[in-house]
Write a protein that binds this ligand. Structure first.
Ligand code: ZN
Length: 265
């Protein structure tokens, strides 16, 4: 784990990259901040989490770090120990953690409950949606540390790295660490309701777009040509043919739209 800081004093804000070693976009954003060293109004902690996995360009060494929190100091796995160290490092910090996916190119935010903090900050980020995943929070960073996660775009893409940079700057502006203004936008909120399981098969297909409602009775995915039909309508989230080993993604319901007041002028 690499830890650095912008500004002096004890940080109450942290930016975390590389929780997953095959998602380099956030690391680029952190390295750029370290190169440019912008003047900050509040100190900011910068963390590159799973350096070992990043070196090998794999999601994890022993187990998925973002399913391992809070971890323990004597854990038998690399990620079990790292989770514990990361939690100690982030204590008392509002944390911004960057990820990327195989499922969706447009950035969106993931939160563990629609808290006042989430409602205040996320509409100021360049994201198209906020996903509330408290039903599936176990072992994730935000089950232990106050965290806003963002999905920056498609894994390994140049666009995801550029998005990570824009998202980080918007976050740091929203929390008043960087000077300037953010743009507020209306933000739809989705809550994950279920996992969409994936049978063992040679080929997988997905027929629907994330965040676009699937009607009851519609085929939404297939394993070896065997179609899966929606029992009831849902919004697909984090859904892709090959992004995860055992699941296609998640079903969600749309629970709210956070509206931002129109600009005064
Ligand atoms: Zn990730």
């Amino acid at each position: 784990m690499r830890v650095a800081q912008l500004g002096s004093g004890t940080p109450e804000i942290a930016v975390v990259a590389g929780v997953h070693g095959d998602e380099p976009c956030g690391v680029r954003a952190v390295e750029r901040l370290l190169d440019e060293r912008p003047a900050v109004k509040r100190p900011v902690k910068l963390v590159v989490a799973n350096e070992k996995a990043l070196e090998r360009r794999v999601r994890f060494i022993d187990e998925d770090l973002n399913r391992t929190f809070p971890g323990e100091p004597n854990a038998k796995t690399h990620e079990g120990q790292l989770a514990h160290d990361l939690v100690s490092e982030l204590e008392g910090c509002l944390t911004f953690s960057m990820h990327s996916t195989q499922s969706h190119a447009d950035p969106f935010a993931i939160v563990n409950g629609v808290s006042e903090t989430a409602k205040a900050i996320v509409p100021q980020l360049p994201v198209t949606a906020m996903v509330e995943t408290s039903n599936f929070a176990e072992g994730r960073l935000f089950s232990t540390v106050d965290t806003v996660e963002v999905e920056c775009g498609l894994q390994g893409s140049e666009t995801a790295a550029e998005n990570a940079d824009r998202l980080t700057r918007a976050f740091l502006t929203a929390v008043d660490a960087l000077p300037g203004d953010t743009v507020r936008r209306d933000l739809p909120v989705y809550r994950l309701t279920d996992v969409i399981d994936k049978e063992q098969a040679d080929t997988y297909e997905v027929f629907v777009d994330n965040f676009t409602e699937v009607e009851a009775g519609a085929p939404f995915a297939a394993a070896d040509g065997q179609k899966q039909i929606a029992d009831e309508s849902f919004y697909p989230v984090l859904m892709s043919p090959n992004g995860y080993r055992n699941v296609f993604g998640y079903t969600a319901e749309k629970v709210d739209v956070i509206e931002s007041p129109p600009a005064a002028d």
